[in-house]
Write a new protein. Structure first.
Length: 308
């Protein structure tokens, strides 16, 4: 018999379980699948936002959105379209019920356990397909899955029960190779973020202009210090790299932004004799402001109105 057996809601960044269905089945197969649930939870941030893991007579499907992942366990013959429609309903209800601040600041496992009531009701509906009231959405979901099939995770890609080995990056059918880091999108740009981006470009341009002037001065006067030229161009590179970090997601993004800000401070300390206090204050302040905006603009999943 095809049916949904259990479901859970997990925070992507650290695998903290936020809610889960209360299940009484203690069979060996179910216990093994619960291990897979825990193992997958530890690597959600490195996996695509829609995946399927086939484990013999059971399938584990999950989607991730806005820093939260929705996972479900079903029998192997349960229709794929219904499985992802079920996850889509969980996602929409959870986003409507709880704001991102609550999910990001949660420190206790299963702190939203009351969401289990909705999981159980929805699970009962999807296990009785004749009474489903969502048939109008199935065609859209079928098309969506055909256009962008879920990434297939094989059991062999999983490490020991103590954790994951490295999960090789696969391919979406018809979409080419993907990698975990570029897959992540950043939150929408805010007005302060735009201001910091423009100011960083301005500081980079000012450093570049002063660098060329320093080269001209060096050519005209042999006694000039070439290290000033290096400091100006390093400052330019640091400002432009801050712009890059603000726009694109990379690994260790926050750490890189702090190191880049440190480089900006060092360059301006070295250029103390060539700049007045207001100029130094402007460059350092813009660097600090840009670092803050990079820190605030975090990765996000699919938007709530996305079909899965």
């Amino acid at each position: 018999m095809s049916m949904i057996l259990s479901a859970s809601v997990v925070r992507v960044r650290d695998g903290l379980p936020l809610s889960a269905s209360t299940d009484c089945d203690q069979s060996m197969g179910m216990q093994e699948c619960r291990k897979y649930f825990k193992m997958l939870s530890k690597k959600l941030s490195q996996l695509p936002d829609r995946c399927t893991l086939k484990t013999g007579q059971y399938n584990i499907n999950f989607i991730s959105s806005l820093g939260v992942s929705y996972m479900m366990l079903c029998t192997e013959n349960y229709p794929n379209v219904l499985a992802f429609c079920f996850l889509d309903e969980l996602q929409k209800e959870f986003i409507t019920t709880y704001n991102m601040m609550k999910t990001n600041t949660a420190i206790r496992p299963y702190c939203f356990i009351e969401f289990d009531n909705f999981i159980q009701r929805t699970k009962q509906r999807y296990n009785n397909t004749r009474s489903l009231s969502t048939k109008m959405n199935l065609a859209d979901m079928q098309t969506e899955i055909k256009l962008r099939p879920p990434y297939q995770i094989s059991v062999s890609e999983l490490g020991s029960a103590n954790g994951f080995s490295h999960v090789p990056v696969g391919e979406y059918k018809g979409t080419g190779k993907i990698s975990a880091a570029p897959h992540q999108r950043l939150e929408p740009v805010t007005l302060p973020g735009i201001v910091s981006f423009v100011l960083s470009l301005l500081c980079g341009a000012l450093n570049l202009i002063r660098g060329f002037h320093a080269i001209e001065s060096l050519l005209q006067n042999e006694g000039e210090d070439f290290s000033y030229v290096i400091a100006f161009f390093l400052g330019t590179a640091a400002c432009l790299y801050q712009c890059y970090l603000f726009v694109y997601y990379t690994g260790w993004r926050n750490a890189k932004s702090f190191l880049t800000f440190g480089l900006i401070c060092l360059c301006n300390m070295y250029l103390y004799e060539l700049r007045n206090l207001w100029q130094l204050f402007f460059h350092v302040t813009v660097g600090a402001f840009s670092t803050l905006q990079i820190r605030l603009r975090q990765p996000q999943g699919k938007s709530p109105d996305y079909n899965v």
